[in-house]
Design a protein around this ligand. Structure first.
Ligand SMILES: *Cc1c(COP(=O)(O)O)cnc(C)c1O
Length: 395
């Protein structure tokens, strides 16, 4: 129950044992097409460029930012936790002219705050995190996307910890490019970074086209994307019908991702979102019934992650170790200024299950009692059960 990597669905693990076939085998090409089509459902988009980068989530973020940003392009990164800093750093490495603002960890931006900064800086690109995994807070994007679309600003979103676990409508909201990771709500091992981007982004990528020397000796472009591996032109031309011979696609990871997508498709996006929301509600009810406090602003909580203050006098690491040793439950610590201050309890993908929530609450309570924390005893599991039972009555 960390915010990733989470348990892979057993069907995903089984799919990964399928035989390895070549990256241009016709069966494999069909499988890639099917995976792209399922990806469009997950991202809620019609973008033809909806594929994956072989690598962890940040490879998708880096491929997008590195392929979009050219030297001195103005990029605004509103930061509200660790992963905003990551986007800013990647944008700087891409040699953008990067402007950042930072809000206190545990909060998000109002649209007015963002608008003011955009009007002041006049960026070409905005890079922002949706669910900030370091704090458990989720940035509302609809109004921002509506604005950037009108003003022709490219909006790039890190939806790594939210896509597939909560509502995210790429096309309807008007987001230009999105990156996610396989090991979070998709219940697949780490190693694939699904991305999607629209024609506005594609037109930049086409203008920066540069095919690898050994494949096309006459090709020259002084605007070429600086990374070969993360060059979205060459990646998109491998995934589309051109079938450009770029990298050696990870067969097993495509099997895995397709299965992760199929599981989501079979469950249905609405049901998937409702399942995560219900488990979040039950978890929060249990945590509060124990007398513990939730970190971060109440209105913009991620359904896929809950951050909890470590109670007074309790050692964060000891409790997490005992959860693993006695109950085989893993939760996470936090980063930077929040290290030792909060626990981060994930609620993602296959791990987002009623029995996990109930077991976790019981286990945490017992360990805290053992450590003489001042908590309310005997209420947490009941409070969570109550949430489940009243939800069942309403069906
Ligand atoms: C996990 C995570 C990342 C980084 O993912 P890696 O797979 O470790 O590269 C980036 N952004 C967010 C919001 C995340 O939760």
């Amino acid at each position: 129950m960390t915010p990733g990597p989470v348990e892979a669905d057993p069907r995903v693990l089984q799919a990964m044992t399928s035989p390895i076939i070549g990256q241009f085998d016709s069966q494999f090409l069909e499988l890639m097409d099917e995976t792209m089509e399922l990806g469009r459902y997950v991202f809620q988009t019609k973008n033809k460029n909806t594929f994956s980068i072989n690598g962890t989530a940040r490879s998708g973020i880096e491929a997008l930012l590195g392929s979009i940003i050219e030297p001195n392009d103005k990029v605004y990164v509103p930061i509200f936790g660790r992963f905003g800093h990551l986007m800013a750093e990647i944008a700087k490495r891409a040699k953008g002219n990067v402007h950042t603002t930072e809000k206190e960890w545990g909060t998000t931006y109002t649209f007015e705050e963002l608008k003011k900064e955009i009007e002041f800086f006049n960026p070409k690109v905005i890079a922002i995190v949706h669910g900030e995994t370091s704090t458990g807070c989720m940035q509302p994007l609809k109004e921002l996307a509506n604005y950037t679309k009108k003003h022709n600003i490219i909006l790039v979103v890190d939806a790594v910890a939210t896509l597939g676990g909560t509502e995210f409508k790429t096309d309807e909201w008007g987001i230009d490019a999105v990156a996610t990771g396989s090991q979070k709500c998709l219940a697949v091992p780490s190693g694939m970074a699904p991305i999607t981007y629209n024609e506005k982004v594609e037109s930049i990528i086409l203008a920066r086209k540069k095919i690898e020397q050994g494949l096309d000796i006459n090709d020259y472009n002084d605007r070429m994307i600086s990374s070969n591996y993360l060059d979205l032109y060459q990646n998109q031309e491998y995934w589309n019908s051109t079938r450009l011979n770029h990298h050696t696609e990870s067969t097993s990871m495509v099997y895995a991702l397709r299965e992760g997508y199929r599981l989501l498709y079979e469950e249905g996006l609405e049901n998937r979102i409702a399942r995560h929301a219900l488990n979040k509600r039950a978890l929060v009810a249990g945590i509060r019934a124990m007398g513990l406090e939730i970190f971060g602003e109440e209105n913009n909580q991620m359904p896929t992650l809950t951050c909890v203050y470590v109670p007074e006098g309790i050692n964060d690491i000891e409790v997490r170790e005992e959860l693993v040793n006695h109950f085989k439950i893993e939760i996470a610590a936090s980063f930077g200024v929040l290290t030792g201050k909060i626990w981060r309890i994930g609620n993602m993908g296959y791990s987002s299950r009623k029995e996990n929530v109930l077991l976790m609450l019981g286990a945490l309570e017992v360990i805290l009692i053992k450590h003489h924390a001042s908590i309310i005893q005997g209420k947490a599991v009941l409070a969570a059960l109550d949430v489940y039972e009243s939800a069942e009555e309403n069906i």
